[in-house]
Design a binder for this molecule. Structure first.
Ligand SMILES: [Zn+2]
Length: 364
């Protein structure tokens, strides 16, 4: 690594790219502006990518996967665990798993105190307790940044809206946002909408399983429009069953707020369909999402949703991702059996992780 490297950097505040130089050494990196002319290099630098939706309780249940493999080693500097960990399993996570992880992490605590080990997480409703969950959140600032609840027919059977009601109470008590998984119906978004507040997150928003998130023409349903107007974040949360090219392309034909690009990487989606953040971004880029909107979705957007100030600052670079957009032809599948062939792909080069420059594996 030279002391000065030419980069095309993303200024998150201006939502624009400039030519600049990455300068310094470990512990003391910063980006210097050169000019706003045409690109002088194909090496991009952005604030460190944040994955708003991953499952990093490695060795636990159906979902937990190895954090650094989906974290810094593939370009992501901060991973948000989306509810794999609950109040009863938090100690096991912090004692045995967290010390093995180098990537920065935050947790959205599951409203089910055991966390998510398989589907139908709410089999034992008597253990769900909003007061205890909210108190646990409040006791772990800097680690727990939200409360997660799964609300789709793949999870909910006879429990109705009760897990959502409890998660919403817990999030308000803990002073953090709630992340809600949507999927098959019932439950319906129109019934869930009143429990959301500004700053909450709806994940799997482009899934092909449910019927009342989008209208058939791709415009937001009345319930989703209410959430958008309220300032609720939309998150991709691709995973192995929650992204549909058709749903996304129909939605993208209409004005949409900029959204978060959580991968929902877990034991299954890390092997196929998503694999790593760069693949998800390649799919969205191939669908026509602008580079600026993609970078917003992995930097400024999630940093704001998590209340992180200073994450995107480039005057002192603590966390950054260096990547290229390369010629690469691949046929990508979604979760509904649709496929699209794209000819450009994101390829990560390196990260700066907490001030330390690290090469990433060149994976396409
Ligand atoms: Zn998930």
């Amino acid at each position: 690594m030279n002391e000065k490297t030419l980069v095309r950097y993303y200024d998150a505040e201006k939502n624009r790219f400039f030519n600049g130089e990455l300068c310094g050494r470990d512990g003391d990196w910063h980006v210097e502006y050169r000019n706003d002319g045409p690109p002088e290099t194909d090496l991009f630098l952005s604030p460190g990518w944040i994955d708003m939706h991953a499952h990093i309780f490695d060795g636990f249940g159906l979902f937990g996967t190895e954090a650094d493999a989906v974290g810094w080693k593939t370009g992501t500097c901060l991973l948000v665990d989306a509810g794999t960990v609950g109040e009863y399993t938090l100690h096991g996570f912090t004692k045995y798993v967290a010390p093995t992880i180098e990537t920065n992490i935050r947790l959205f605590l599951c409203i089910s105190p055991i966390g998510v080990i398989f589907h139908h997480d709410y089999n034992a409703m008597q253990y769900l307790n909003a007061d205890r969950c909210g108190a646990c959140v409040a006791e772990h600032p800097g680690l727990i940044s939200g409360v997660k609840v799964r609300m789709g027919s793949e999870t909910i059977r006879h429990e109705g809206l009760e897990p959502l009601r409890l998660a919403s109470l817990a999030a308000r008590k803990g002073g953090v946002p709630m992340m809600v998984h949507v999927g098959g119906n019932p439950p319906y978004l129109k019934d869930m909408e009143p429990y959301f507040e500004k700053g909450d997150i709806i994940t799997h928003v482009f899934n092909g399983r449910g019927g009342d998130v989008w209208n058939p023409d791709g415009t937001p349903s009345e319930a989703l429009q209410k959430l958008i107007d309220r300032g609720v974040w939309l998150d991709v949360g691709h995973g192995s069953s929650s992204f549909d090219f058709d749903v996304f392309e129909r939605a993208a034909r209409h004005p949409l707020p900029r959204f978060l690009m959580g991968t929902d990487l877990h034991q299954s989606s890390v092997k196929k369909l998503v694999r790593n953040m760069a693949v998800l971004l390649s799919k969205l880029y191939g669908c026509g999402v602008s580079l600026e909107d993609i970078l917003y979705g992995v930097t400024t957007g999630p940093a704001t949703a998590l209340g992180l100030t200073g994450w995107c600052r480039l005057s002192t670079v603590q966390n950054a991702t260096l990547f290229r957009i390369v010629n690469h032809t691949e046929t990508y599948e979604d979760c509904q059996g649709n496929s699209r062939t794209f000819h450009k792909a994101f390829s990560t080069e390196a990260v700066i992780l907490n001030g330390e420059y690290r090469k990433t594996a060149a994976i396409l």
